[in-house]
Design a binder for this molecule. Sequence first.
Ligand code: NCD
Length: 354
Amino acid sequence: MRHILDLQDMSMEMWNGLYTTCCDIMHSPGYYVDAARGKVMASLFYEPSTRTNLSFQTAMLRLGGNVMGFSDPNLSSVSKGETLKDTIIMTSSYSDVIVMRNPKEGAAKAASLFSEVPVINAGDGGHLHPTQTLTDLTTIMRYRGSIDNMTVGFCGDLKNGRTVHSLIKSLLSFKNIVYYLISPKELVLPSYMRNLLIENGQKFYEVTDLEESLPELDVLYMTRIQRERFVDQLEYERLKGVYVLDAHKMQAAKKDMIVLHPLPRVDEISGELDDDPRSAYFEQARCGMYIRMALLLHVMKEGPMKPDHLAAMERHQLCHNDRCITKSERYLEPLTKNVHGTLCCAYCDKEIVL
Ligand code: NCD
């Protein structure tokens, strides 16, 4: 995997390699202080971020590398109307790796078509967030020692929560996972994601009640309701605060269950839980920096390469997803892929409606 866009295709070998390096960095950080000496990371954040942006920057600095880029697109030529393509061609000629967050679904895939250096998807709209998934897997490994054989509850905004989509895609590669998908009816998992679970023979339950599911879970993955993805703000007002995990509810959970959250939290985890040994979310954020160090080393192993951007891609139908990058960057070729007989957009994964 040259670009890190979607971890669904990550091999077990790659995951084991990243995790081993991550543990080694945690154990012997001094050994890595010059590991990326002379390398430059371009950090292109078109959307707000605290953990992802800062942990990537710190990861690069702790490896002895340098960082350039923007965290507010209004201060770059993007505000003058520059296309994503031009920004990527230019920044890829300055850097050894590009880390990009963008509000459009499929934006990282689009960037990868024009970049000479690896592109890491740091979140593309409500679609995917693969490096958060590496953070989540690392945390689960550290608490449980294994990712196989567990019951995971995903709770909150499963429709717009990109961290949920990415983590579910990765969990398909592990053994014997049972999923509780806990959300209001309006915020259920997108149908392309539900189809993936079905096609991969996964056992899952779609429910609305957190308290009923809680005693079953080994891992509870809380998420916030994603206000910025709502077209109708009144609907957001109606749904926010729908799930609040507190000390009273936690009494029903297993003694060794762990609570994860990609953060930021709004009100879905009560502050009184921060000292509960089952609350793993701050440790999760810490793990994020180390696994990103391992990932940066992994992707920067090879030097720049001319993008072979349309090789082996099918070019067919236009995507009808309004949030797809192809809607705003009109020069992009419509690319499709066949997912178990269903024609999907190769950028945003959404089914192509003919
Ligand atoms: C998440 C994101 O940006 O998708 N945050 C993060 O990267 N740690 C979750 C969120 O914003 O709710």
